[in-house]
Structure formats: structure tokens, C-alpha cells
Design a protein. Structure first.
Length: 165
């Protein structure tokens, strides 16, 4: 929103990646409340908490609303296209995870399989080695072993292929 407000103040245009892009928003108070609730209801092995949120907000609709509320009614919206790694919608849960059916103190809990301590240490050592060697291929291979649902962007895959040639 600060970027949109700056763009409106400067006379536009407002830049939006895609007309279908959506995001969730929380106020600072809602975010702090969710964190405190998660901590209060967390046992040592609960997993990852996500706050109960309303419906996602269309970024294009948000831009239109901000323009309508401003005095600069002639501000236009320019759609720039998704950048590498951008998604139209936020994803909080992967295919290998499950979410609690009912919220506890305003948060849902995501449950997933866990790496053993030894596997995590080995994976982090592999990532450190890949970074020391400045090897994108090894870094992505290590990341996908640690986080199987992670899929490198087409841009990153292209960079690995170019480095291999």
C-alpha cells in the first residue's frame, strides 16, 4: 500500500503485476495478536501457525479503491506481469501438509513431516558448501532435498543450465 500511495501522490501510474493477483492483509494489531495467540496455544511439537484471515484481497481492486479515495482521479493502473518467483495467490500449505480443522486461539496449525535433526544438519552443511562454492546447481539441489515441495523458478533453472554449459 505505501508504494501505491506514493505512486498516486506522484500522479501515477500505479503498477500492479497481474489483474488476478490476490494477497492477504493483516493490520499490525492483528499480526501481533496472532503471534501472541500462537505462542500461548503452542506446545513444543505443534508445527507452524497461520492466523485466521479473511478472504484475500484483489490487488487490482485495492489499487482502484485507493485511486477512488484520492483526489487524483486520473491515475491509471499499469499491469507489469508476474516477475520470476511471483505467484497470483499466496499458498500457506503444501500438498504434503495438513491444516487443523478448527482454529485454536485464532490460529490454524499446519502439520507436516519433520526432518530428523541429523538430516537437517546434513542439509544445512550441504547448503553451506554450495554457497561457499557459489554453485547455484548444488544450492537448488540441496534446497529441494530439504524442502521437497520447493520448485525453483524457470529463471533459476535456466541459470543452472547456462552455468552447466
Amino acid at each position: 500500500m505505501p508504494l501505491f500511495l506514493d505512486q498516486i501522490t506522484q500522479g501515477g501510474p500505479i503498477t500492479v503485476t497481474d489483474p488476478a493477483a490476490e494477497r492477504y492483509f493483516l493490520t499490525m494489531d492483528e499480526g501481533v495478536h496472532s503471534v501472541l495467540c500462537a505462542v500461548a496455544s503452542c506446545s513444543a511439537d505443534d508445527g507452524v501457525a497461520i492466523p485466521v484471515m479473511g478472504a484475500p484481497v484483489s490487488i487490482a481492486d485495492l489499487a482502484k479503491y485507493l485511486i477512488a479515495q484520492s483526489s487524483a482521479k486520473d491515475v491509471t493502473i499499469v499491469y507489469t506481469g508476474l516477475r520470476p518467483g511471483d505467484k497470483l495467490r499466496e499458498e500457506f500449505v503444501s500438498s504434503g501438509e495438513s491444516v487443523s480443522r478448527e482454529p485454536v486461539n485464532g490460529v490454524y496449525w499446519i502439520h507436516s513431516s519433520r526432518l530428523s535433526g541429523a538430516a537437517l544438519v546434513a542439509g544445512l552443511a550441504e547448503l553451506t558448501t554450495a554457497m561457499d562454492e557459489m554453485s547455484l546447481a548444488k544450492l537448488l539441489a540441496g534446497l529441494t532435498r530439504l524442502v521437497p515441495e520447493y520448485e525453483p523458478s524457470a529463471y533459476l533453472r535456466e541459470q543452472v543450465a547456462m552455468a552447466a554449459t
